[in-house]
Design a binder for this molecule. Structure first.
Ligand code: ZN
Ligand code: ZN
Length: 255
């Protein structure tokens, strides 16, 4: 699998960090992990094959993770590149994503679900257990202590390569178990220290999860502007000896 960081930031406007979105290229197809308002244009900026995108995952209803889905669908509907497309686009997301998209769609005659190509929209519950994101790409979810509907996802391809994307989360040892020995753990690390809320992580929390989970590689993301000017990777190394990478927009990783 290949990962491209589209947005390593948060809801707070930042000159170098777009809000949350990741492009995941797999043998089964391409997948967008979260879809912030910046995501569509960031895909184009990275020269990714956005018009052939196979699937979208939405972790929770905070707007820095999901609101770009409406504008992406609006863009796909009218883009010259998609007029000949007939391939299915699958959208999987947390509880409430259908209501949000319908509310936007109903507010004007956008016709977001009337596309040149078919769309499937699925809401995922943790109780659903394992599901197939794309043929040959398995996924399971974990309910994170962030919002009522927020979900982490673990994705495994046919070759056994695996990715966990925490999205936003508070501290949870169960999340560490969920991410145990994953190849790539994309973990939020909103704050360096003195976090103002239990619903996000600061560095010591993230590194405690890393120590318990022992991922092959840890990618820290969802970085508030408080991180500007701080050497995240060396601070992380003091707390866990494994490989920690600071996410930045445009970073590409092989998994
Ligand atoms: Zn967020
Ligand atoms: Zn959030």
């Amino acid at each position: 699998m290949k990962l491209v960081v589209l947005g390593s930031g948060t809801s707070v406007p930042h000159p170098r960090r777009a809000s949350a979105a990741f492009w995941l290229e797999t043998s089964a197809g391409s997948l967008l992990l979260d879809c912030s308002a910046d995501a569509a244009h960031r895909m184009a900026e990275e020269n990714l094959n956005w018009s052939n995108l196979d699937a979208v995952w939405i972790s929770h209803l905070h707007l820095d993770h999901c609101v770009g889905l409406a504008s992406l669908l609006f863009g796909l509907k009218w883009a010259p590149q998609t007029q000949g497309r007939r391939k299915l686009l699958k959208i999987y997301g947390c509880e409430g994503i259908k209501k949000l998209l319908r509310a936007i769609d109903d507010s004007n005659d956008y016709g977001l679900f009337e596309q040149p190509f078919p769309i499937e929209l699925h809401e995922v519950l943790v109780s659903d257990g394992d599901f197939e994101l794309l043929p040959g790409l398995r996924a399971k979810t974990f309910s994170t202590p962030h919002t009522r509907e927020s979900l982490a996802i673990r994705i495994t391809d046919n070759d056994g390569a695996s990715v966990v994307y925490s999205s936003d989360t508070g501290y949870s040892e169960e999340l560490a178990s969920f991410a145990r020995e994953v190849d790539l753990l994309i973990l939020e690390c909103s704050f360096w220290r003195n976090k103002p809320t239990a619903k996000h992580l600061e560095l010591v929390d993230a590194m405690r999860i890393a120590r318990l989970a022992e991922p092959r590689t840890l990618l820290l993301t969802h970085l508030y502007p408080e991180w500007d000017g701080i050497d995240l990777e060396s601070k992380a190394k003091e707390l866990w000896p494994g490989i920690t990478i600071e996410a930045w927009d445009g970073l590409r990783l092989e998994i």
